[in-house]
Design a protein around this ligand. Structure first.
Ligand SMILES: Cc1ncc(COP(=O)(O)O)c(C=O)c1O
Length: 402
């Protein structure tokens, strides 16, 4: 054996290790520096800032690839919350990234009142083609809460234009969540977010959640849904002619703890809204784009809402964009000689071309790949791996009741 060569190899390995250690140290220092610069100037969402840096250290992120985020210190984090439920196909998805870059070279933005552009029109055409049948118009905004505000205002204003000024109330579900702006927050029922601002909020009528987890002993999810729908109907009956709309998260109350209900509730809710002349607003901001196994959750109940709110996954998780899909009946209520009867709602970035291009690229992936089928296979695998924890579910359930 040539000891000289082996010694040289050993020396080379040692140098490599030293370089790697120095690089790791430099990365850590860079991360620490960013963290302290951040804490000098920023205010993070949904965060008690006093918890930073202790007990909660901020996590500086360098890049994202697929389901993984890479910390500045080189650590890998599985993005199990899909970056606040926005990401559909993984970070830095190349087709969506390329579509945004190409659009940025053509038209980054233009005022959307009085002007239009190809990505906005194409996206509206695609959304109307894919959404439950009967929706006819698309109104854009730039986040989920704004979409809820728009839906609430549209519903109220359309009744006003139709000569029903007495319809000023909304019905929302207990344990629901619809965002953080005042109107959207008003429709939510999560005390941590709502309580502080209660004096500022609208006061919807809250109907009990059809959450299957809250089924009575021996009651199926379906029976629970129907019982809750009867209670919903009683609220409508007690407020005849006062209600603009029922607003709900179809199938899953996400921020409320991923609480699920039977589609029968949605079918009955649709019938009840129709019987009482009110709108149904489906907030699919979190559950839209395949999250429940179908492209939209409403499909599983075979219903079409009057107003459908979309955001989060709309751009595959790349850019802030939201859309409210409305029926022709609602749209037509605004057509008039008077501008006051028009829907005078706007945001500077309404219909942003980059967001629309990202959304079109994301929808194209749904159209060209078996995304929903793949999700079903993954869900099946997860279900069977979780089957052995069934008893824990029962434990939690009895604990909650006990
Ligand atoms: C069901 C639902 N609606 C509305 C919103 C609000 O969306 P945004 O955070 O984009 O304002 C959320 C956000 O989590 C949501 O889950």
């Amino acid at each position: 054996m040539d000891m000289g060569a082996s010694g040289r190899d050993h020396g080379r390995m040692e140098t490599r290790d030293n370089v790697a250690a120095m690089l790791a140290e430099a990365r850590r220092a860079e991360g620490d520096q960013l963290r302290s610069r951040d804490l000098g100037v920023l205010w993070h969402p949904c965060t008690q800032m006093a918890e930073h840096p202790d007990p909660l250290p901020l996590v500086p992120i360098r890049r994202g690839r697929g389901a993984w985020l890479e910390g500045m210190d080189g650590r890998q984090y599985l993005d199990a919350v899909s970056s606040w439920w926005t990401n559909l196909f993984g970070h830095a998805e190349p087709r969506i990234a390329a579509a945004i870059a190409a659009q940025a070279r053509e038209l980054e933005h233009v005022i959307f009142a009085g002007f239009t552009h190809e990505p906005a029109v194409r996206l509206a055409e695609s959304l109307l083609r894919l959404a439950p049948p009967g929706l006819a118009r698309v109104f854009y905004a730039d986040n989920g809460s704004a979409a809820i505000e728009i839906a609430l205002k549209m519903s109220f204003h359309s009744f006003l234009n139709r000569g029903q000024p007495g319809r000023t109330r909304f019905i929302a579900l207990s344990n629901g969540y619809h965002g953080e702006t005042l109107g959207a927050l008003s429709m939510g029922d999560i005390p941590l977010y709502r309580r502080t601002y209660a004096p500022l909020l609208l006061t919807p009528l809250f109907a009990p959640s059809p959450d299957a987890y809250e089924a009575l002993p021996g009651e199926s999810a379906h029976e629970c849904a129907l019982r809750r729908a009867d209670e919903l109907e009683a609220i409508f009956a007690a407020h005849e002619g006062e209600v603009c709309a029922l607003v709900l998260e179809p199938l899953v109350q996400c921020a409320g703890g991923m609480r699920m209900h039977d589609p029968a509730y949605l079918r009955r809710a649709r019938e009840i809204c129709d019987a009482h002349g009110a709108h149904l607003i489906a907030d699919e901001i979190a559950v839209g784009f395949g999250r429940t196994g179908t492209l939209f959750a409403c499909e599983q109940a075979g219903i079409t809402p009057d107003l459908l709110c979309l955001s989060k996954g709309l751009t595959g998780g790349f850019l802030p964009l939201s859309a409210v899909l409305a029926t022709a009946a609602i749209y037509d209520a605004f057509l008039d000689d008077s501008r006051e009867r028009a829907f005078l709602h706007s945001h500077s970035y309404t219909g942003n071309p980059l967001g629309c291009a990202a959304a079109l690229a994301s929808l194209r992936i749904f159209e060209t790949e078996p995304v929903l089928e793949r999700n079903r296979v993954t869900a099946g695998r997860m279900r069977s791996s979780l089957a052995r924890f069934q008893s824990i579910h029962m434990l939690r359930r009895s604990g909650k009741r006990g």
